[in-house]
Design a protein around this ligand. Sequence first.
Ligand SMILES: Cc1cc2nc3c(=O)[nH]c(=O)nc-3n(C[C@H](O)[C@H](O)[C@H](O)COP(=O)(O)OP(=O)(O)OC[C@H]3O[C@@H](n4cnc5c(N)ncnc54)[C@H](O)[C@@H]3O)c2cc1C
Length: 368
Amino acid sequence: MAEPEGMTRRDFLNGSLLASGAALVSTACPFQLMAADDWNGTPGIGDYADANGNTHQVMADGHTIRDHAFDRGAKTIEDTGETFDCVIVGGGISGLAAALFYQRATGAKRSCLVLENHPIFGGEAKRNEFNVDGQRLIASQGSAMWFQPMPGTFLEHFYDSVGIDSRQFQYQRDTSGIATGVTPYAGDGSNFGFFFAADAAHPNGTWLVDPWTKKLEGAPMAAQAKRELLAMRETPDHRPTPRRHGDAVARQLDSITLEEDLMMRHGLSRETIRHYLSPVSGGGSGIGADALSAYSDYAPDLLFPWEKQHGPQMFPGGNTGVARHMVKALVPAAIPGAATMAGICQARVNFAALDQPNQATRIRLRSR
Ligand SMILES: Cc1cc2nc3c(=O)[nH]c(=O)nc-3n(C[C@H](O)[C@H](O)[C@H](O)COP(=O)(O)OP(=O)(O)OC[C@H]3O[C@@H](n4cnc5c(N)ncnc54)[C@H](O)[C@@H]3O)c2cc1C
């Protein structure tokens, strides 16, 4: 069967490549000189006001792991006197899904405690909210895109079971004349821009709106890098891609790095990849294209095929919406109001309801 034409996960990763990489290389302030508040940035408002992503604490804890301080065990262990049938460590999407399966498998007759060390559940699937001139703006943190599952699959049944309608979401009609899309990523039109951090020639940084239509004109980048990146977008890639997990192409890709694949497939130079492709959104998954197997960029599409014809979708706040649907299914009172997309994404979390005695599943935040 021919594969439906459409956007792959790789396409949207490739579309989101530039801005953060540029910001990384030209950051004006050395990390060690930054105070915690500078590092943490503006927390915003609402449920996620204490959850602004890559905080100073994350770095400090990383150093604590490096220094083997945790190897000696916790300094204080508090006996709460509680007993649970199941304890899940981590309240990200995996932990919440595990709790749901446990709750369903046991008919909610066994107790389950989800321990989450952050001020709110969700893990990578968190968001931030800001009040800008009286408008409440919501933006995702890490996990943003939702991939419509193939009909009849396990994933479709799972989403249905937590109330996520796997048909396309309803979007507002554009009445402003501004091009809008169902996600802020490339391929959706001119509704996004790249930001290049300040340098000597551009002390306030540079915004480039609708960068691909403008063919990167005005971007403070080396001409050669522009040529390479434009060629990557505009030249069809005829090299074979894996069709099945474990086929010959998949195995060959697994024997090289993602960086090598990008160089061979798209003619990018190593310098362009390292300078302009974000190690997070440019395909490196936070580790970097030089460290990952090339197959890692194709594996998700093969292992979890998705409905490409309908394209990727985004809840307000990215996959925060998925986490919130799961929390509502686990502890309905924790997200009051209607169990609809708008209701669940816009309601305020009732934090007190997350961890009450006598409920089958309890979600305990700030557990360190
Ligand atoms: C930058 C980035 C962008 C991404 N974009 C997308 C996307 O657009 N679409 C998509 O589908 N996927 C995306 N992903 C992948 C997706 O985010 C993950 O697959 C998914 O969120 C992982 O969920 P998880 O619960 O396994 O882990 P996490 O989300 O990491 O959650 C783990 C949770 O456990 C907590 N925890 C860990 N240790 C402890 C402890 N000892 N005690 C208590 N709590 C603990 C952590 O604080 C965290 O909250 C992205 C990932 C990254 C990094």
